[in-house]
Design a protein around this ligand. Structure first.
Ligand code: PMP
Length: 457
């Protein structure tokens, strides 16, 4: 087995020959025979991954890639951060699984999570440990709010993504994933999101606080509006899978005000934006609001050990013992890693790095403004999206985005797609990524875009 050099000693990505390489092709063919048709990532990123270190992965053929997918935003400190590996190794052999019993590892993790909240929220927020996926935490948040309010309807936003389980899917915008699955959770009402680049109601950009939220307000307060007062309003502050769309601040503020006025719990889904991704621990801090429920999962352990939480105002804590149970809610390895991750993030100024890299990407992507196929470039912290559209028709340039992803991979960069028709090229690097790796990755992406757009002309 080849071993991966420490990223510091790697001068850059290295891809030899066609992709997939011969060994990857064997793995992919076996996977194709044995695994479900629902498998997703390797269809567009055809590699079998042998190992990872920091911002890099090496495939089974020895090709090295910059990994700006990072486990879909899970690996906030990159692959195999040595101190997180050490924390997990220290826990291994002591205790690995403990349902929802209190343990020293869980106790420390809980204290560390609460301490990351803004001071005013620390004493009034409670944690519930969920089954270890974002979707399970979404389910928990819905059940909590329904139980606490005695109401049944939910408000969600167009373009949002909240997971693949039945209720989480029902809140999700993606029609193609919902269509084959009849009878998802009823009572979900979709409202326009702050997507000013393609205004969902076809009005002037930057008027979503007035137009979109006013529509929400009128719908919820009109005696003939058709929607009973909902149990929750569920919001992504930056839509991730929906195409990296940071909501306008004014929109978020108005949603917060309105939900307070109407006494509707505001649930922010921070599965993707949480744990430092946008430069603050949670994105709601960046927006200067305090939600009633926070959903967190992906990067809580920093290393991909699964764990998911809802953090909520104690006044909502009305559910009965066992109300949201689940066997895998006590992953001690994830807790140990998560405690160490917070220590490392504070010590190494990782959140400051996120902000610096955000500004770096802003500069590096500035030349894209004049590119005929680039409709919009958006980012918050270290989640970035480049939306591609046909310069003649304005239609989402899905085929081009796919070609950019492929060209980037060939040059040694892993990126994801999202948004309408997957027309947005998305970057989710580790939060401790260096300036040098960001520069290299941006260079690859621009070259990939030029190559792909050249072919598209
Ligand atoms: N909410 C958001 C905002 C997400 O981005 C995701 C995953 N991409 C989920 C929920 C679902 O998380 P999981 O895949 O762990 O169920």
């Amino acid at each position: 087995m080849t071993t991966l050099a420490h990223p510091a000693s790697l001068t850059g990505p290295a891809v030899h020959g066609d992709l997939p390489g011969p060994r990857s092709a064997e793995y992919l063919a076996r996977q194709d025979r044995r695994e479900s048709n629902a498998r997703a990532y390797p269809r567009h990123l055809p590699i079998a991954i042998a190992e990872g270190s920091g911002s890099f992965v090496r495939d089974v053929d020895g090709n090295v890639f910059i990994d700006f997918l990072a486990g879909a935003g899970v690996l906030s400190l990159g692959h195999n951060h040595p101190e997180l590996v050490e924390a997990m190794t220290g826990q291994l052999g002591l205790l690995t699984h403990a349902l929802d019993f209190p343990t020293p590892a869980k106790d420390e993790f809980t204290a560390a999570q609460l301490a990351m909240l803004p001071e005013g929220m620390r004493s009034r927020m409670k944690l519930h440990f969920c089954g270890p996926t974002g979707a399970n935490a979404v389910e928990a948040a819905l059940k909590l709010c329904k139980t606490a309010t005695g109401r049944g309807d939910i408000v969600s936003f167009q373009g949002g993504f909240h997971g693949s389980t039945h209720a989480a899917l029902s809140l999700t915008g993606l029609v193609s994933q919902k269509q084959p699955v009849a009878n998802t959770m009823p009572g979900v009402h979709f409202f326009p999101y702050s997507y000013c680049h393609r205004c969902p109601v076809g009005l002037e950009p930057d008027t979503c606080a007035t137009n979109c939220v006013e529509f929400l307000e009128r719908s919820l307060t009109d005696a003939n509006g058709g929607i009973p007062l909902p149990a929750a309003v569920v919001l992504e502050l930056v839509q991730g899978e929906g195409g990296v769309i940071p909501a306008r601040e004014s929109f978020v503020h108005r949603v917060r005000e309105l939900t307070r006025e109407l006494d509707i719990p505001l649930v922010v889904d921070e599965v993707q934006t949480g744990c430092g991704r946008t430069g603050t621990w949670f994105a709601f801090e960046r927006y200067g609001i305090e939600p009633d429920v926070v959903i967190a999962s992906k990067a809580l352990s920093g290393i991909g050990a699964p764990v998911a939480l809802i953090i909520y105002d104690e006044r909502l804590d009305t559910w009965a013992p066992g109300a949201h149970s689940g066997t895998f809610r006590g992953n001690q390895l994830a807790f140990a890693a998560g405690v160490r991750a917070i220590e490392v993030i504070k010590r190494d100024g990782v959140l400051a790095n996120v902000v610096e890299r955000e500004h770096q990407l802003e500069v590096l992507f500035a030349p894209l403004a004049g590119h005929p196929w680039v409709a919009d470039v958006r980012g918050a912290g270290l989640m970035w999206g480049i939306e591609l559209a046909d310069p003649h028709t304005g239609a989402p340039a899905s085929a081009l985005a796919l070609a950019v992803q492929e060209q980037a991979l060939r040059r040694g960069l892993i990126v994801e797609l999202g948004g309408r028709g997957d027309c947005v090229v998305r970057l989710l690097p580790p939060l401790n990524v260096t300036a040098e790796v960001v520069r290299t990755a941006a260079g690859i992406l621009l070259a990939a875009l030029d190559a792909a757009a050249g072919d598209a002309r």
